[in-house]
Design a protein around this ligand. Sequence first.
Ligand SMILES: Cc1cc2nc3c(=O)[nH]c(=O)nc-3n(C[C@H](O)[C@H](O)[C@H](O)COP(=O)(O)O)c2cc1C
Length: 179
Amino acid sequence: MTSDDLWVYDESIRPAHPELTNQFLRAMGSLAATVTIAAAASPTAGRTGATATAVCSLSTEPPMMVVCLNRESSLAKMLRTTGWFSVNLLAAGQEGIATDFSGRTGLSGENRFGPQWTAHHSGTPVLTGAVATCICRIVNSMQQATHTVIVGEVHDVVMPDATAPRPLLYHDRRFTTLT
Ligand SMILES: Cc1cc2nc3c(=O)[nH]c(=O)nc-3n(C[C@H](O)[C@H](O)[C@H](O)COP(=O)(O)O)c2cc1C
């Protein structure tokens, strides 16, 4: 890897600073984001998924996206051995699904998946009623602090034929939507 590939300014991680962490959490609460469910299926371990807002588009040619997952989450662990995942952009009204996949209702793994989930021909979970689902193959990952930054190349996009529903947003620690 050359210096053109990677810009490293400071590899040391500063010690935790509670006041700064709180200010950062308040600031990030203002970063309104579409709620997604990132999900994967393994032939041996079944399906798992996580509610995630740390998701963004990376490039269009080729289509690529980035997902940041806590490395201790069941999905991050599954993705170490499973090369494919989906990113399902939730629609307004799908708050219950977001809560189930955040672990707050006590459901884990396969039990988070209701009947509205189907399988893409790659085997990756697809949520019916979502605004859109991107099917991704992992092309890179990086461990950073508590999280894994996952780069996925988008191989397929599933969208409803009808007008796209309004997105489910997370802002100020609450679910909301566009009015
Ligand atoms: C609105 C919302 C957004 C979240 N965004 C992320 C995220 O981007 N990355 C992440 O690792 N966890 C995120 N979480 C927390 C994960 O959903 C949660 O830790 C995970 O589902 C736990 O998975 P596990 O019980 O399968 O290990 C978010 C939770 C909520 C409610």
